[in-house]
Design a protein around this ligand. Structure first.
Ligand code: 16G
Ligand code: MG
Length: 567
């Protein structure tokens, strides 16, 4: 665009921004774009969501008009909350550099919005002759529809072409954005479904035991959320090959109330309404279906009625199952010398899962800070990056180099039955299709786990027997100002307030297999305290000791234990 045309174009854009933000006035500030975007009571959000429409359109224009996503969801939060998160053109999380703009815009007065938009245009050298493209989706929250209106208006005000994809899971939106820009797969919802269904079917056919196999039916708690809608469709497409029995589908219960991945993980109890007979395969999705927890009833009674026999298989278990499964085919395809493979975890990963991955499976393991964006970024540095948070977020990423080598292997070995090596190339190719390459996805993770168990002939009991978790505790402590708690070394060490880490170090040293860390939550106004040790008694002592130290040194207000992993 000629420079003489720039100023009029900018003036027109700013006028249009001024008009839209006037319709969605800021009532109060103090918003911060965290690991999950913005998330709070929905009534606080209309102005924020409208401004995120503006930012999404600017981001798209800054990326030469590539598609950008915006999803309205509050994941596992209560139904009266909502949130908004932006998706970059590669289908991943918004670039950290732009998170600052998001926070600035969300808190700006009407006038400052215009200044901020103008500043973003300058700093990011946005060519105002490009046209932006924004994909919008939302979960099933009743407030979603109202909020999407503001999002849509904001994006349109900045001249973006907007495609409202309706009610989708968060990973479906990430997928749509990624493949709208890559053109290598159909980015439509139908394209998403067909992609995973085809990969799953082919993987069943490639199973060395033959395609005439029985896949264990699975009971799926959908948290009364968006997962139910799309799982019904997926289940129809996969019937009668695999059977999904859907619970908490939203027709009666309330979103995330007494159910969902967060509920089963933190309380270690069955979701409401799902009756798990001994050894039946079960799982729980969260409210936007980007994380999953597996569980079963081992038939033992413990006197703890709600959680009798409850056994959880969390993100660490998915990491160990899928990493071992995939590594096996990398070895058989003789790609291990050419491809780097790494498992990425966070400090919350149970110590015994890490020992299993490094000791038994001989895999490299790395640790990053909490939050999908950190794990995803680290996974991208490797040819095969397996990343999972203990809370069930995660996927497996394949680099371009890995995909090229796998494809070349398939092309030179078109018959998968010709050798073990040939079959491995075919299996790896289908796994790279099945596992969502944009972000962790409860659907593709569920299907990948089913495939791994099928190939191995394993039940959940075999899976859980790979290793036993170290007893661990997770607690919340409310402090006067959680921003004084600062960490380093992937959140494993605390550098502020002074003296806290020394106390933790002294306590950890006293305890066999002890480990503990403290970090400020990115989603709640609290500090989290994690501890693990060889026995329940030791971990209780360690956890209580660290909680007391946080109280004393970081200015505690109140605290409680929220999760016991070993009953
Ligand atoms: C968000 C993150 C999740 C992380 C969690 C930590 C995404 C999509 N979600 O839910 O990865 O584990 O925050 O919460 O990145 P915390 O900071 O409150 O412990
Ligand atoms: Mg979620």
């Amino acid at each position: 665009m000629a420079s003489s045309e720039v100023e009029p174009a900018k003036t027109i854009l700013l006028t249009s921004v001024a008009n839209t933000i006037e319709r969605f006035p800021l009532r109060e500030g103090s918003f911060s774009y965290g690991t999950a975007g913005f998330r709070t009571l929905w009534e606080r959000l209309p102005s924020v969501v409208n401004r995120m429409g503006i930012l999404a359109a600017l981001r798209s224009r800054a990326k030469g008009g590539q598609g950008v996503g915006a999803v309205v969801t509050a994941s596992h939060n209560p139904i009266f909350d909502n949130g908004v998160k932006l998706v970059d053109p590669d289908g991943g999380m918004l670039s950290p550099a732009w998170e600052g703009y998001a926070t600035r815009l969300a808190n700006a007065s009407q006038y400052d919005v215009l200044l901020t938009v103008s500043d973003i245009i300058e700093r990011e050298h946005i060519d105002l002759s490009t046209v932006g493209k924004v994909f919008i989706a939302r979960d099933t929250r009743p407030s979603g529809e109202i909020l999407v209106d503001g999002l849509l208006e904001g994006a349109k005000a900045v001249g973006a072409h907007v495609e409202d994809l309706g009610v989708l899971t968060t990973p479906q939106l990430h997928y749509a954005v990624r493949y709208s820009n890559l053109n290598s797969k159909s980015s439509s919802l139908q394209g998403y479904m067909e992609n995973i269904v085809t990969a799953f079917r082919k993987l069943v056919e490639l199973n060395p035991k033959g395609s005439d196999v029985k896949i264990d039916p699975i009971k799926v708690d959908c948290a009364n959320g968006v997962g139910a809608i799309h799982l019904k469709h997926l289940a129809e497409m996969l019937s009668p090959l695999a059977e999904y029995r859907i619970y908490n589908d939203g027709t009666e219960g309330v979103l995330n109330e007494g159910c969902g991945a967060e509920h089963v993980k933190s309380l270690q109890v069955y979701p409401i309404g799902l009756d798990a007979a001994p050894n039946e395969h079960c799982c729980s999705l969260d409210g936007d279906a980007d994380r999953i927890m597996f569980f079963y009833n081992n038939g033992e009674t413990s006197g703890h009625a709600e959680g009798d026999g409850f056994k959880l298989l969390d993100g660490d278990r998915m990491a160990s199952l899928l990493a071992g499964f995939i590594h096996n085919f990398v070895l058989e395809a003789e790609l291990d010398k050419e491809l780097s493979m790494t498992v990425i975890q966070t400090a919350y990963a149970n110590g015994n899962s890490t020992s299993y991955l490094t000791g038994q499976l001989k895999l490299q393991v790395m640790c990053t800070s909490t939050g999908v964006k950190y794990l995803h970024a680290k996974a991208l540095e490797h040819d095969i990056g397996v990343y999972f948070e203990a809370n069930g977020h995660g996927t497996v990423l394949f680099s371009d180099k890995a995909l090229q080598l796998i494809l070349a292997g398939v092309e030179s070995n078109p018959d998968p039955d010709s050798s073990k090596k040939a079959r491995s190339f075919h299996i790896l190719l289908q796994l790279s299709d099945l596992l969502n390459q944009a972000v962790g996805d409860a659907f593709s993770d569920m299907l990948a786990v089913q495939i791994a168990l099928l190939y191995r002939g394993w039940s959940y009991i075999d899976w859980i027997n790979c290793y036993s978790d170290l007893p661990n505790r997770l607690a919340k402590v409310r402090v006067r100002d959680r921003s004084i708690v600062k960490t380093t070394d992937a959140e494993r060490r605390c550098v502020s307030p002074p003296g806290l880490q020394d106390v933790i170090d002294r306590m950890v040293k006293e305890v066999s297999k002890g480990r503990a860390f403290v970090r400020p939550s990115g989603t709640e106004d609290i500090v989290r305290v994690y501890a693990e040790a060889e026995t329940n008694k030791l971990v209780d002592e360690l956890s209580n000791g660290v909680i007391a130290a946080v109280f004393e040194i970081a200015g505690g207000v109140d605290g409680k234990q929220t999760h016991k992993s070993s009953k």
